[in-house]
Design a protein around this ligand. Structure first.
Ligand code: MRU
Length: 357
């Protein structure tokens, strides 16, 4: 059974229900977001995280933002509130492309709707926005499944797969991206082992990925981040599969800090490195990884561990949440449309422009 990370409950007056990922694996607690501020806070504090999940939540956040409008508000006022909510949610986290993609999609949809339905009431506009948010959610679910179907062939019987951070169901509205590939390989009856980097500083690997894989009955081995190189050298790891937060036009890929180091270790050890991501994670307006904004997070995430200070007071800290893996070190990008082997700008443009396979 695939974990359902997020759910919209009710109609235009409804609310967004999330699994509070800050509390996993110790506690399984649901969080109810009843206004746009609560969604923004949930994204900032990583109660919900993972690029696709952030995008879907932001879309529902816009539905919540529209709830503050009076029943007799005009469409112009509705659009103004929507644009304000878009700007507000866009300030939550800077790296994941899916966030901006989802906000733009809803805004464009609302503008088109207003242009074509100038006599509509605000409630009808709200219905149209909720329908578009639902469509984003359902498409994410579909894309996740297709990514798994397209990528499962890369997991050979007896393989040792390394993954980093969490690119599972918890990070999406469906069955994940990198983990979807594993779930589909498992459905084919293949036996393999997944090495999971703990993923400091916030331990998404140890806390979330290990939790998901264990629930699915896939053999999981949690390792500290600094162990991957040695395990590659020992030939315990035969492939690396991770998700992505933003993929530039040339294939350079931002993902959780530490992914770049893994790509170099994989290259050095002759191990294929795969990225699994939906088309909503590509940002063709960004030419290369150098242009991807990298989120810097609080020092406390690094120097406080399990509520205990683990470094001297006053020490300087650096906490970039993401890094960029170069396209040349990626064997293939697996999307819902198929597989882009040895990605480059031309192949990516052709792949995204082409029909679903
Ligand atoms: O800071 P996070 O936990 O949001 O970072 C998430 C990742 O880096 C994931 O690998 C990425 O979003 C892919 S999710 C399918």
């Amino acid at each position: 059974m695939i974990t359902q990370t997020l759910k919209w409950v009710g109609g235009i007056d409804g609310f967004l229900e999330l699994i509070d990922q800050r509390r996993l694996p110790a506690e399984f607690v649901k969080l109810q977001c009843r206004d746009v501020e609560a969604v923004c806070e949930a994204i900032k504090t990583l109660a919900v995280r993972g690029a696709p999940a952030i995008g879907v939540c932001a879309a529902y956040g816009l539905v919540l933002g529209m709830q503050k409008l009076a029943a007799d508000a005009g469409l112009e006022q509705g659009l103004k509130v929507l644009v304000e909510s878009c700007e507000y949610l866009a300030s939550s986290r800077p790296t994941a492309a899916n966030l901006f993609w989802a906000l733009d999609r809803i805004k464009n949809h609302a503008q088109k709707f207003i242009a074509e339905n100038q006599d509509a009431t605000i409630a009808v506009l709200q219905e149209a926005i909720l329908a578009e948010a639902n469509a984003i959610c359902q498409e994410d679910e579909y894309m996740c499944r297709q990514i798994g179907i397209n990528g499962e062939k890369f997991i050979r019987p007896g393989a040792g797969i390394l993954t980093h951070c969490n690119a599972g169901a918890l990070a999406t509205a469906g069955q994940g991206t990198a983990l979807s590939v594993m779930f589909e390989a498992q459905k084919k009856g293949r036996k393999f082992k997944v090495y999971v980097d703990e993923t400091r500083p916030l331990l998404q690997g140890a806390r979330l990925t290990a939790w998901e894989l264990k629930q699915a009955g896939i053999e999981v081995v949690v390792i500290c981040d600094n162990m991957a190189g040695w395990l590659m050298k020992q030939r315990s790891i035969s492939a690396v599969i991770t998700g992505a937060d933003r993929i530039a036009a040339n294939g350079d890929t931002a993902n959780k800090i530490g992914t770049y180091s893994l790509s170099i270790l994989a290259r050095e050890n002759g191990i294929p490195f795969y990225i699994a991501a939906p088309s909503s994670t590509f940002d063709l307006s960004v030419k290369s990884g150098a242009e991807i904004p990298i989120e810097q997070r609080s020092a406390d995430e690094v120097v406080i561990f399990a509520k205990t200070k683990i470094a001297p007071d006053g020490v300087s800290v650096c906490n970039p949440a993401f890094d960029v893996t170069e396209a040349q070190d990626i064997a293939a990008i697996i999307t819902e449309k198929g597989v882009i082997e040895k990605p480059n700008a031309e192949k990516i443009a052709r792949h995204l422009g082409g029909p679903s396979q």
